[in-house]
Design a protein around this ligand. Structure first.
Ligand code: GLN
Length: 250
């Protein structure tokens, strides 16, 4: 069995809304393509040898949990930057997404350090942005897809000038409830506010991330045979309908 190595950053602190489910989906879809996924929990002081990990994942969390780990994550910053420069893929959700930016000023006004891997910063507002979300994305030119999920955040994320959002908001709040954009994409790194978990109802993004991880390991971007995905497609449709009927309202 071919192998992929996934680094799960701070799984005991950043894991709300079943974000851990994203790892389960990656592992199952990789197995259907002949890859075994070796998931390694990476916490404070973790070793991150160059080129060892093909994909890094970090989930969401409350301000309190973020504050507990932010300095430790920042200490792993240089190794994560090296891994990114070496072509490793990243998926960061909500609180994890915020800490991949330069900083998160939380609801108490405390500035939590980020690792500055994604070109953005976040400042908490007073009203939480909660609800179903639907985005239009174009990770590959000419291939427009939709992403459906659930958001719950106080943070307002501001992308640096010229930074690429993950998608255009069709329904929901997104990064700040105003810009009309959600998330951030930088090469093989994806950051988003979308929980759910995200990947079970958006299998195309799971496959996109897997393909990036395999390209990191093999040097070649694979073309996957389509899987049935009937249930996943239905889950996406239900989530998209909910977003269109009630997303983005305080
Ligand atoms: N604590 C952060 C915020 O409120 C992130 C929340 C989350 O991960 N769902 O914005």
């Amino acid at each position: 069995m071919k192998r992929l190595v996934v680094g799960h950053l701070f799984p005991d602190y950043l894991n709300i809304y079943a974000d851990r489910g994203n790892i389960a989906v990656l592992a199952r879809r990789a197995a259907w393509r002949g890859y075994e996924v070796d998931v390694r929990a990476l916490g404070a002081g973790a070793e991150i040898p160059p080129a060892e990990h093909d994909l890094f994942y970090v989930g969401g969390g409350q301000d309190r949990e973020q504050a507990l780990i932010a300095p430790e994550l920042a200490a792993l910053g240089p190794a994560l930057h090296d891994a990114f420069a070496g072509g490793a893929a990243f998926l960061a959700v909500c609180g994890g997404y915020q800490l991949l930016g330069s900083f998160y000023r939380d609801q108490s006004g405390q500035e939590q350090p980020g690792i500055g891997l994604l070109p953005l910063h976040t400042v908490a507002g007073t009203r939480r942005m909660i609800g179903d979300v639907l985005l239009e994305c174009e990770l590959e030119p000419g291939s427009k897809r939709t992403l459906a999920g659930f958001e719950n955040h106080a943070g307002r994320t501001i992308l640096d000038p010229g930074a690429e959002p993950l998608g255009r908001v069709i329904a929901g709040f997104g990064n700040d409830g105003e810009s009309g954009f959600e998330g951030c994409r930088s090469g093989r790194a994806i950051g988003t506010y979308l929980h759910g978990p995200l990947l079970p109802r958006n299998p195309w993004l799971a496959d996109w991330l897997l393909a990036q991880a395999i390209a990191h390991r093999t040097g070649e971007l694979p073309v996957f045979e389509p899987l049935g995905d009937e249930l996943e497609t239905e889950a996406h449709a239900v989530s998209a309908r909910r977003a269109e009927t009630r997303g983005g309202r305080f």
